[in-house]
Design a protein around this ligand. Sequence first.
Ligand SMILES: Nc1nc2c(c(=O)[nH]1)N[C@H]1C(S)=C(S)[C@@H](COP(=O)(O)O)O[C@H]1N2
Ligand SMILES: [Mo]
Length: 419
Amino acid sequence: MRLEVNGQAHTFEEPSRRRRFLARAGGLGLTGLLGASAWKAMAASLVELPFVNGQRELVTNFPQKGAVLLQRTRPPLLETPFEVFDQGVFTPNDRFYVRWHLANIPQVVDPVSFRLAIRGHIRQRISLTLDDLVGKFKPFEIAAVNQCSGNSRGFFSPRVAGGQWANGSMGNARWSGVRLRDVLDRAGVKAGALQVRFNGLDTGVIPQTPDFMKSLAIDHARDGEVMIAYAMNGAPLPLLNGFPLRLVVPGWYATYWVKMLNDIEVLDRPDDNFWTTKAYLIPDTPRADVVPGQKGVNMVPINRMVPRSFFTNLRDGAVLKAGQTTTVRGIAFGGDTGLAKVLFSADADASWQEARLGQDHGKYSFRQWEAPLRLASPGPRKLMIKAVNAAGSAQPDKANWNPGGFMRNMIESVSVQAA
Ligand SMILES: Nc1nc2c(c(=O)[nH]1)N[C@H]1C(S)=C(S)[C@@H](COP(=O)(O)O)O[C@H]1N2
Ligand SMILES: [Mo]
């Protein structure tokens, strides 16, 4: 099958050939591509993330993935090594982080027999092929950051349970596909529709495990930005990032970006499924911030992202030549809206200057920032970076805390030496 993305044709291999490819690339067998033993035989280098129990192996044996940090094999949790973010504002597909909740993930999806169902509170149930989506709907494209709600959870103090990510469970891509609104309109949403629920092909190992599903309010689903993507960065989605289709919810945390999307159900009642009502809840407080142990807090579903910025060409412990000017750079994003500015401090919060911003790829994208730095005399220095978004929301100087380890966005700093 052929799929055109930005005028570039991609040919999908036949399922049997594809299976062979995956077998070569990932050690796929009866034990499963994502089975526990495959990576152990690999000679892997170790990376130390900057928190207790932060040792990770840099592995290359997951299908369609280059060097990524292994946190867990089944279901896979793979983190993007942070230096990747210094190489450009779009995160390459083969370095893009991976997160799944359930261990039964199809190891191959046949793009020819694959169907996306739209059903529920609509006039007409429809079933779409990939060819239908590519050929019968207006193409839509957007650059957007996909960030796990728990990105940076490993830095929480006190520590909390959940995936122990450093800052690499995020990535930015150009997503191509179709607007969800156009697909819903084709099915004809009936009056009284309240929410839209999304389900993918993955399931739990035991039937008691609740299937992973997420829902959006009908107006959000129809806002013309939420989309069904069949490509990222001009190529079909890697299997582990949701081949052949995933939901893209610009500005919202990645938990809503349902992968291997094959079922869309329009609901005339609130979704009561586990993943919507019990998981991914945050305290309904400013910055989802509570005191450890705090009781009686109202909990709400996680939703919009908040601004963040990072250094990408400097790390803690870097030594800089005193008296010389270097360029400090990094990436920033505004969360659910664009960036207004990025501020850089070379003197531990005493003064701030506006960083120069790189090309604007749209309000949901990473944007590069850079600033000149000259440290006149030898000694330790604390450098800080702070994003302010178009809604006036600025990164705070104190860390937030909540039991889920969600929505960290405090100002980042690096400690360097001038010598
Ligand atoms: N079908 C399915 N979609 C899913 C998930 C999942 O477990 N199953 N996890 C969600 C969460 S919590 C995250 S952080 C993102 C991760 O996207 P990625 O693996 O493409 O980076 O996928 C989301 N979509
Ligand atoms: Mo996530």
